[in-house]
Design a protein around this ligand. Sequence first.
Ligand SMILES: [Ca+2]
Length: 444
Amino acid sequence: MSPPALKPDPVRADALPGTSRHRRRPLASTTHDDDEELLMSGCLGCSCERAAENESGGDRVLLATRVRHNQRAVRDALADLPGVSEPGPGLIEVRGHDPAWVIRTARAALTSVEADEVRALIPAPHRTDLIAQALTASSLTQLAARAEHADLLPLFEDEETAFHAVYQPIVSLTGDSPLPPAGPGPADVVGYEALLRATGPNGPIMPDQLFGAAADAGWLHVLDRVGRTSALRGAAGWLGDATLFVNFLPTTIYRPEVCLATTERAARQAGIDLGQVVFEVTESERVTDLDHLSRVFDYYRQQGCRVALDDLGAGYSSLNMLVRLRPDVVKLDKEIVGRLPDPSSRAVVAAVVEIAASYGGTVLAECIETREQALSARELGVTLGQGWYFGRPQDRRERQDDGTPHRARPTGVASPREALTRSGDDPAVRVPAPRSGSDREVRA
Ligand SMILES: [Ca+2]
């Protein structure tokens, strides 16, 4: 592999995430009260300060590895550069160069697996806790991603401007009313799922791009917290008694009572009763520690919230999670819903409905795009639906600005609390046993 060109990069050191330009509160200068305040606001892991773990301002880079050929590859890439030394086994020190460029050069010399293994640190000159900084250093992969996506960091400086939630309606599939027609204006809206959107200086940022960058750079903790607070803040004033579904990544919650403090405060400020909120676990297939997730669920329930498992699929792990965690709401994976009324898909839905019914859980079919899918889901005992067939995510800010009133829930439709009741004994929303047969009962 030929070493990358050694020309210093025009990107300045202070463009690296976590540098003073981006920090609102330097960690080194926080007082005890500041620390308390940070903890109360949801812990370092949930706030922008987490991005400051490689805070800089200096021009020194330390790279550490336990793999000999990683060290060799990085050293070769930086071979002709003055200021490069190897002060110890597995350690490379670079002084006097733009850290962002050094990080990128080292990253380019390694495979992705190698770069994951290498720890990288840009020690902050004004900090004296080098050992702590070193022990909590990020991987070279993460630090390189932070340099690459540094343009996203200003978004976190003014979260309320840069981020907002859009809200996709969730409808009741039960009751005597016919299934709503496609398009806006479904009759039986009982709730909304909040989805995070971001706007940068050049316009909207695609969600995939935003979450992909956050995952690479280790900012998911921050983004997840922003997603929860934006969801609650944006629902103030119009939610009424509808249920609000808020996504969260359980791996970003270190300790629920601390990490979820900002979320609880956002709900209070928005005037939203926590009893109206369903927290749904995204990417549930990636959850490996069910005990931890169970503790998070317990905490949410103690606060009066309900919990949901998102993207529940056909795999053993999914059904195992369902049995272990008994979520109040089970959201069926879009692949399964998309294949309805295919017999194999019907069998999976029927199994999930049966398990959920055994403990009083509610099943929701996401990503419904056709009437046929909606009818099939309803016939199988799914009581809630969501998807473009019923309505796309809506930017409620526009609705508020132009004064359009939020359409009231029609009479005869179960209230959200009834529709999502844990006991499930409201006849309008009872989760029936799976059955086969015609769809007469649900025809318009
Ligand atoms: Ca979701």
